[in-house]
Design a protein around this ligand. Structure first.
Ligand code: SAM
Ligand code: SF4
Length: 478
């Protein structure tokens, strides 16, 4: 979600007349989009901000956006006095006004707009040593930086302090006239922002504000615009996408999903992340009915133990979770199922951890994202007793990942011989292979005749000839 937030922030800046530049060095305004879901993200942010300090002499301005901005608030000005803007994601809708304040203007004038230059720098996603590689947007990078150029140089004594921290109760979503999407074929649409679930371990409700949905009309308009621009794959996004409530009462989440899938020109629709509590059978009925809805559901379980789920305040039991898995397994197409797991939640016993391992066997996930429990500021779990030592969390995560790897090996072997349609993503010259993605969201590497002129975003048919735990191998069918 952070990646897509950045795309929308950049779109907003471009609308305001800024211009993107290639590097932090060339930028006059650097916005740093942050995520604090795990680890000591705030420390990393302060280290990075300290690096920026030396650039201040060049007249650059700095802003901190996202979860760490919301969490640390005005403390950021104290620890990093060269920062001028601190803005949580619930306030992004006010960015044009804040930017104007930052520039020392009530509104940007035309002459000012024409000289703006902007830079958006997406550093590589951090790949963490724990767990699997994160390849999807909802496992957002810990940090993203956005740099812009052309701001008014501050005069001596200028101490600009702009905050956007008070909007967590807002009903408004961050709707943009223009979104600077970085992939021309696969695009994201946020349909719901914030979260009201307050799981005991999670900062999101404190940083992203309350749950609020866009109207189905606005989502469908955006999907149609994207189709007109040539996008063929759309991913609907939300912390809990299936908690979607159309403010106009026109469509349920499943109905919206189906309607997006029926937009002319859209070949694939994905949705991420689903919460088990709000997961209705109608979602699977929609996947059955609309072929463009991808056969993949990401349904985070967090733990296989009902006792731990209760302590996590997830408000479902192992049995209720498995009931939803049963619906997916009885779908007409084989649905690939993926999940998130937290190991080492306070008080998790060895037996409870083993219940999670047994759940992996029972569900046979296609992929999992495993995390060590990380204590987060403001969350109720902070006050729980029986913290699990880090070495034990590391051990449990390794056991979890090893088990899952074995499951994936077997699952992917079963794909050998199958013929699939894949979307081409890139070329690996060294290996003489193309890399693509299946509807089930699996990586598919394949060879094609040397005269095949494939392009990114194209759909081709492939036959599966081999498999690995994290990818499939095959050949293009001519
Ligand atoms: N809303 C989704 C749900 O409830 O399943 C998840 C969104 S959360 C941004 C992504 C994942 O981060 C969670 O599924 C959870 O596994 C992980 N996570 C969140 N807080 C965590 C924490 N304090 N420690 C470790 N993992 C955490
Ligand atoms: Fe965090 Fe729970 Fe909300 Fe997911 S549902 S974002 S884990 S509080």
């Amino acid at each position: 979600m952070n990646v897509h937030d950045s795309e929308k922030v950049v779109g907003t800046l471009i609308q305001e007349g800024y211009q993107q530049v290639e590097s932090v060095e060339a930028a006059d305004l650097i916005l740093y989009n942050t995520c604090s879901i795990r680890d000591k993200a705030e420390q990393k942010v302060f280290h990075r901000l300290a690096d920026y300090k030396k650039l201040q002499a060049q007249g650059k301005k700095f802003g901190v956006l996202g979860c760490v901005a919301q969490q640390e608030g005005e403390k950021i000005f104290e620890r990093a006095p060269h920062v001028s803007l601190v803005c949580g994601s619930a306030s992004y809708q006010n960015l044009p006004v804040m930017l104007a304040q930052l520039e020392g203007k009530s509104r940007l004038s035309d002459s000012h707009v024409s000289q703006q230059r902007l830079d958006m720098w997406h550093p590589q996603f951090e790949r963490k040593s724990e767990g699997h590689e994160r390849e999807v947007a909802h496992f957002s990078p810990i940090l993203q930086e956005v740099g812009f150029a052309g701001s008014r140089k501050p005069g001596a004594g200028d101490l600009v302090r702009i905050t956007g921290l008070d909007d967590r109760q807002t009903d408004k979503c961050f709707e943009t006239e223009f979104t600077a999407r970085t992939n021309p074929h696969r695009g994201y649409i946020t349909i719901i922002e914030g979260c009201d679930k307050f799981c005991a371990y999670c900062v999101v409700p404190f940083t992203r504000g309350k749950e609020r949905s866009r109207t189905s009309q606005s989502v469908l308009d955006e999907a149609r615009q994207m189709a007109d621009l040539g996008y063929t794959e759309i991913q609907l996004l939300g912390q809990n996408v299936n908690s979607y409530r159309d403010p106009t009462g026109n469509k349920s989440f499943a109905e919206l999903l189906a309607a997006v899938g029926e937009v002319q020109g859209i070949k694939r629709v994905r949705f991420m992340t689903s919460h088990p509590r709000d997961f209705g059978r109608d979602i699977i009925d929609a996947v059955d009915a609309v072929p463009s809805l991808c056969d993949h559901v990401h349904l985070p379980v967090q733990s296989g133990s009902t006792r731990v789920l209760d302590a996590m305040q997830r408000l479902y039991t192992r049995e209720q979770y498995l009931e939803r898995i049963g619906w997916m397994k009885s779908a007409k197409r084989e649905i690939s199922i993926t999940t998130d797991v937290i190991v080492g939640f306070p008080g998790e016993t060895e037996l409870e951890f083993e219940e999670t391992l047994l759940l992996l066997d029972e569900v046979e996930y296609d992929s999992i994202f495993g995390f060590k429990y990380s204590p987060r500021p403001n969350t109720p779990a902070l006050s729980l007793q029986d913290a699990i030592p880090d070495e034990e969390k590391v051990r449990r995560l390794a056991v979890l990942n090893e088990k899952q790897r074995a499951i994936q090996k077997v699952r992917n072997e079963k794909c050998i011989g199958s013929t699939l349609e894949v979307m081409v993503e890139s070329r690996n010259e060294a290996r003489g292979q193309w890399s693509a993605r299946t509807s089930q969201n699996k990586v598919f590497n394949f060879t094609a005749p040397s005269d095949a002129q494939l392009i990114r975003g194209e759909y081709v048919t492939v036959v599966t000839t081999g498999s690995f735990p994290n990818s499939l191998l095959g050949e293009m069918v001519i």
